[in-house]
Design a protein around this ligand. Structure first.
Ligand SMILES: Cc1ncc(COP(=O)(O)O)c(C=O)c1O
Length: 350
């Protein structure tokens, strides 16, 4: 069983991220054959096809192809909020921690972090919302951003119903709801649900083509036709208006049509890796914390940094959060790669 049809160039088996995937041969052919036009004029047929397909899959009216998940989240904040508004995010949210302060600089918003481990209860959300305050003390909360799956939360997903419950509270208080679904397809495959079921409960969402789906670049932002018009202007403002982008949109279309189901292989391999790590005396891992393609574990008696450095020539993993190491399964790690990596890890962590 393998989905590894284009070997990674490095001899080390690389679990640092699912952004390390290589375009498959079929994807490269689709890119080479793509029809293109000028997408700033709205005339690239392949970009238009990708946007229409993404919108349909997400159960939304329109889609917008953007270069990255970061730009998609930044556009969402610009298009949903005014300067001085407050955005509610779960602990560890990418939009808050890993977008280089873009929310503050570009959209001029402040963040309030809600809950722990990326997730929060309806009660925690209700308590966090600041409505328009006549005394002017509080920045009004106008946007709830939900990360699904959650990167810092170890790839955990929440169901459409859980999102629906949080969205109903937010909507009732006048907030818009955006899903940072960089890995929403992992959630869909793991949960056996259609991404539409999340899409129809929120105002906007984004998903990445360049992570587990294996495309070299790009994300799609989806929402209502009216809202995507606004988003389109902000994409241009941020320098994300692309020209003959059909070449890369073709990779995204190919991924959606051919590579989604392969995510299940990554999830199964994540379980296999976690189980093997649980058999090592020098590792602490909670098997129930592995939900999709991300494995978080704690090395005992050695710091994550030292362990990662010692393993680096053979197995690449990253120090992550408080005393943990992150390993991410992706389509360029085959079963045989995984078994080789497990041997190295078992030997090191005994
Ligand atoms: C949850 C989440 N959101 C957004 C992004 C940003 O995506 P990009 O690297 O395409 O900017 C990432 C990237 O890892 C992510 O994990």
């Amino acid at each position: 069983m393998t989905n590894n049809d284009h070997p990674v160039s490095s001899p080390a088996i690389d679990f640092r991220s699912d952004t390390l995937t290589q375009p498959s041969e079929g994807m490269r052919q689709a890119m080479a054959q793509a029809s293109v036009g000028d997408d700033v004029f709205g005339e690239d047929p392949t970009v238009n096809a990708l946007q229409a397909k993404a919108a349909e899959l997400m159960g939304m009216e329109a889609g917008l192809f953007v270069p990255s998940g970061t730009m998609a989240n930044q556009i969402a904040m610009l298009a949903h909020c005014r300067r001085g508004d407050e955005v509610l995010v779960g602990w560890g949210a990418h939009s808050f921690l890993y977008e280089s302060g873009g929310g503050a600089v570009l959209a001029g918003v402040q963040f309030q972090v809600v809950g722990r481990n990326g997730y929060f209860s309806p009660y925690e959300l209700k308590s966090a919302i600041h409505s328009e305050d006549p005394s002017g003390h509080c920045a009004p909360s106008t946007l709830l951003m939900i990360e699904n799956t959650h990167n810092r939360g170890g790839g955990k997903w929440i169901s459409p119903e859980q999102v629906g419950e949080l969205a109903a509270i937010a909507h009732h208080q006048g907030l818009a709801v955006h899903i940072d679904g960089a890995r929403l397809w992992n959630a869909a495959v793991a949960a056996g649900r259609s991404p539409k079921e999340w899409g129809e409960r929120v105002d906007s969402l984004t998903f990445c083509l360049s992570k587990g789906l294996g495309a070299p670049i790009g994300s799609v932002l989806c929402g209502s036709k009216e809202w995507i018009k606004k988003a389109h202007r902000y994409r241009k403002m941020l320098g994300g208006g692309m020209r003959q982008a059909g070449i890369i949109a073709a990779a995204g279309l190919y991924a959606l049509e051919n590579q989604v189901d392969d995510l299940a292989l990554d999830h199964a391999r994540a379980q296999r890796l976690a189980k093997a790590l649980s058999e090592c005396s020098q590792v602490d891992i909670n098997l129930d914390s592995v939900h999709t393609n991300i494995v978080l574990f704690t090395p005992l008696n050695v710091s994550p940094k030292e362990a990662c450095a010692a393993l680096n020539d053979r197995v690449r993993v990253l120090p992550f959060g408080q005393g943990q190491i992150r390993a991410v399964l992706h389509r360029n790690i085959s079963d045989s790669d995984l078994e080789m990596a497990i041997k190295v890890l078992k030997d090191y962590f005994a």
